[in-house]
Design a protein around this ligand. Structure first.
Ligand code: ZN
Length: 99
């Protein structure tokens, strides 16, 4: 049977069953390997204020925010894009837009 994608849209391989994660936009439960995971380093304050505080010797922590999206939300909010049919066969990771 022809397959649309070699990986069936996931990166599970032959691992068997795996856990679910909840989409951070719509709340849908999606398999962990199918979810689109985005990691963002965020700063708690305005960047101009941070550079001023750092010059005066303050230590400002960075926060890492990890978000999981279902495929529907990832495409709707343009985190990933639909690729043309020939490019879907390219196995290299596609650059993702940070949120
Ligand atoms: Zn979603």
């Amino acid at each position: 049977m022809p397959k649309k994608r070699k990986s069936r849209g996931r990166h599970k391989g032959d691992k068997g069953k795996e856990g679910y994660v909840q989409c951070d936009r719509c709340g849908a439960l999606v398999p962990r390997s199918k979810a689109v995971r985005v990691t963002v380093n965020s700063l708690p304050l305005d960047p101009q204020l941070i550079s001023e505080l750092r010059r005066q010797g303050a230590i400002i922590p960075r926060y890492t925010i990890v978000k999981n999206y279902c495929i529907r939300c990832a495409i709707h909010y343009r985190i990933i894009k639909i690729r043309p049919e020939e490019q879907r066969k390219v196995r290299e990771p596609v650059a993702r837009k940070n949120i």
